[in-house]
Design a protein around this ligand. Sequence first.
Ligand SMILES: *Cc1c(COP(=O)(O)O)cnc(C)c1O
Length: 388
Amino acid sequence: MSASSSEATLPYRLRLPGPTAVPERVLQAAARPMIAHRGPEFLARFKSILDRLQPILGRSGIPPFVFASTGIGAMESAVVNVAGPGKRVLITTNGQWGPVFRRLAEGIGAEVDEVVSPLGAPVDLDGVRKALSEKDYAAVLTVHSESSTGALNDLKALGAIVGETDALLCCDSVSGLAGAEMRADAWGVDVVVSASQKCLMCPPGLGIASVSEKAWEVISRDDRGPRGYFDYRKFRPNSEKGEPTYTAPIAMLNALDESLTMIGETGLEETLARHKRLNRMLTAGLQALGFSLFPEGAPSPTLVVMRTPGGVSAPKLIACLQDHYNCAIAGTRFEELKESLVRIGTMGWVDETDIRTDLEQIAGALVDLDSAADIGTALSAAEAARGG
Ligand SMILES: *Cc1c(COP(=O)(O)O)cnc(C)c1O
């Protein structure tokens, strides 16, 4: 095994589809001394965070709610605020995250229907249309970037369909926001939830929720079960004043403040374009190494999900990258795809050098596993895919 001796000297590379690598500047910001979370310095920072999230969300109305939580907590916040015992919700499932929405909705006693698509396929829009024509739903719960399969769901089309009804469109954009375009107002996405540890280049620990006025009509009603910690009715007045709800997770918010500054320096448009460019490059390079793209429709720009070249075991490739190259990529939880699927993030703090290193290390690992790999061809293919 050629690379085993270099294991100790190679820098650790976090190349998962989340959590993602965090820039030094952001880590430094998180390490700043604690200050009063209701003092003037912190309040100004908090207000500025809310303001700068709005264009990333594509929202101009109600300011976002930002709280200590993982992504699934943010998903739960959407469910408890738009649904409740006996309320009917429609869930789109084309991977791992629809079933999480299902568990959360069933957990609070909501009535759940599901429109299921095969793994790798986009959301079944006709199925959603049909379901909405048959029953009334309080909400449609969907996923922006389905990080288990690499599928990007068409929120604009879904928003147009759901917008014809009284149902609210609620979207898990944990692995989409700040990497894949989100236009909540324009597309009619009534609730967007996200988290800090993916394209936003922060450590895990912050949840984000953004709601439309149409959603607020429903959220402000008192006709459901208890909402506890995630009660949006508590968050809205605070957010409107630019104040945190509960004790602010200060270190995490300092980190987000810095990552938003970095996104501002790059520009949102270029940030989104970079995700697409790096995604194209990694996809093309891996295709040249014999991998094949897994998602069938539009691939999410925030991660690459591919089948390994014939005969190469994905778990062995992942273990080889870990053991010989100190590089962490992901496999899959789906039993039937375990041997063949790998997932690599193009989220957040990633650049073209990372993509070339990905290809070099993966080519090296293929050779280590006695498979053929031509790194020159892979790098040329990636370069050729740069411009789109
Ligand atoms: C990563 C991810 C989550 C993560 O939830 P956690 O609670 O932070 O682990 C949720 N949804 C999607 C689509 C994701 O990609």
